[in-house]
Design a binder for this molecule. Structure first.
Ligand code: NDP
Length: 460
């Protein structure tokens, strides 16, 4: 590995000027992509000091090459609804960087999907995948299709049309998509079925598959479980644990559900869930039985979280509100990007929050991140804290390649180890005196491996 020394980039004028100049060029080259600019800025802020002292990275123009996707695929996705009407959505796959392994990253189906959102997610994915210690490059894809309110048949026809184009760009050694917002078991099943049909191959081309056809144990659980394991590791650095602590969780989808499940196993007390309509607060705590009801509501009936407050006495529904005003010691943002603004962050800190572990990708705006760092609370950014999902996807790829299937316990042990190793990497690169800046730690640790691989492989 190239010899590096790391210094803090935040508030250091010489680096800031370089970062500003770099960002000016990124913004000019990628106009109207605010989420992508935000994700790039955060990483460049952290890694510029490393690049400054590593001539090999400068000579190979590593930063300039990292912010340019290796390939962007955009395509039309025409489909027919149950009334016979024709619709067309836009499909994407951003293949960002494959220096350390085949492209890997989820598919998101949500009306807010656009090029900027997917480029930010693909960029983050490069560093996250590197942190897992597994061989996976970074990618992301999806569509502005909204599965909400669609019948199973409509979702199936959409997935089939989406795969009619995507299949020629993916494969077990080239690019292996998975799920993300709006893409769960049902969608992965339809996508896999269509791939198998048109490619005439049964192989590990997608992860998050059902266990009946090559899926890994605890892939659905992995992101939520991993975010809780990461919080546990952070708390342990203070000699503390999750036991008995109040937790606020946003979202009520895949990541939120399994975050709550693992919190309960660790005897913490989750008190909120939310969705795009609002937040439910349950001061009695969301227990295992209530969680099962939420899983039925969200995964089978696909109803709004507001129904929770009608079902369970004592619970309150706060329409159009996020959960960040609810006092807590632990926060698990698990819905979407930029869901915690600077005021929300200040409120969390003022109300006694000591640990934030991000299940979602980039859920905190940059000013909010600064609030957490200035307050010196334990703050685990998404690319470290939510890497458990893609880590188990990597383990699914290994199982598929070896035509084998590991037990729940075997996968969980590996997930736990990977989250511990990610935490160690963050501490190694992010510690200054007694404080660990996990943002810098995650960015630098993820970056160095990819940058070294790029240097070794030449200009390709
Ligand atoms: P799901 O689709 O299962 O759930 C998403 C949840 O977030 C739903 O409750 C949804 O509400 C809510 N939500 C989505 N968009 C918005 C919005 N714009 N405003 C308010 N609420 C919103 O997705 P996941 O649980 O899989 O993903 C959640 C987050 O975790 C995302 O940031 C994703 O990128 C990240 N992530 C997921 C991984 C995975 O393995 N699934 C891996 C790593 C990160 P509603 O039901 O009303 O739409």
């Amino acid at each position: 590995m190239a010899q590096i020394t790391t210094k803090p980039s935040r508030h250091m004028p010489s680096y800031s000027t370089k970062v500003d100049l770099f960002m000016e060029r990124v913004i000019a080259r990628n106009p109207h992509e605010p989420e992508f600019h935000q994700a790039v800025r955060e990483v460049i802020d952290s890694v510029m000091p490393v690049v400054e002292v590593t001539p090999a990275y400068q000579q190979a123009r590593i930063l300039e090459r990292l912010v340019e996707p290796e390939r962007v695929i955009m395509f039309a996705v025409p489909w027919v609804d149950d009334r016979g009407e024709v619709h067309v959505n836009r499909g994407y796959r951003i293949q960002m960087n494959s220096a350390i392994g085949p492209y890997k990253g989820g598919l998101r189906f949500h009306p807010t999907v656009n090029l900027s959102v997917l480029k930010f997610l693909a960029f983050e994915q490069v560093f996250k995948n590197s942190l897992t210690t597994l061989s996976m490059g970074g990618a992301k894809g999806g569509s502005n299709f909204d599965p909400k309110g669609k019948s199973d048949n409509e979702v199936m026809r959409f997935c089939q049309s989406f795969m009619n184009e995507l299949y020629r760009h993916i494969g077990p050694d080239t690019d292996v998509p998975a799920g993300d917002i709006g893409v769960g078991d049902r969608e992965i099943g339809y996508l896999f079925g269509q791939y198998r049909k048109i490619a005439d191959r049964f192989c590990g081309v997608l992860t998050g598959k059902g266990v009946e056809y090559g899926g890994s144990s605890i892939r659905p659980e992995a992101t939520g479980y991993g975010a809780v394991y990461f919080a546990e590791e952070m708390l342990a650095t203070h000699g503390d644990s999750l036991h008995g602590k109040r937790a606020v969780v946003s979202g009520s989808g895949n990541v939120a559900q399994y975050t709550v499940e693992k919190l309960l196993e660790r005897h913490a007390k989750p008190v909120t869930l939310s969705d795009s309509g609002g937040t439910v607060v349950d001061e009695d705590g969301i227990d295992g039985e209530k969680l099962q009801w939420v899983m039925q509501l969200k995964n089978v009936r696909r109803g709004p979280i507001a129904e929770y407050a009608e079902k369970f006495t004592g619970a309150k529904y706060l329409p159009n509100q996020k959960p960040w005003n609810v006092p807590c010691e632990l926060a698990f943002p698990s819905a979407t990007q930029n869901e915690i603004d600077a005021d929300n962050a200040r409120t969390l800190v003022a109300n006694g929050c000591i640990c934030v572990s991000e299940g979602a990708n980039m859920p905190t705006v940059p000013e909010g991140v600064d609030v957490f760092l200035d307050a010196k609370i334990l703050y685990g950014p998404g690319k470290a804290a939510n890497a458990g999902g893609v880590a188990v996807s990597g383990l699914e790829m290994t199982q598929n390649a070896g035509v084998t299937h590991w037990t729940r316990q075997e996968v969980d042990v590996q997930l736990r180890k990977i989250m511990q190793s990610i935490h160690e990497s963050c501490v190694k690169y992010g510690r200054k005196d007694k404080f660990v800046n996990y943002v810098r730690g995650a960015n630098v640790a993820g970056f160095v491996k990819v940058a070294d691989a790029m240097v070794q492989q030449g200009i390709v």
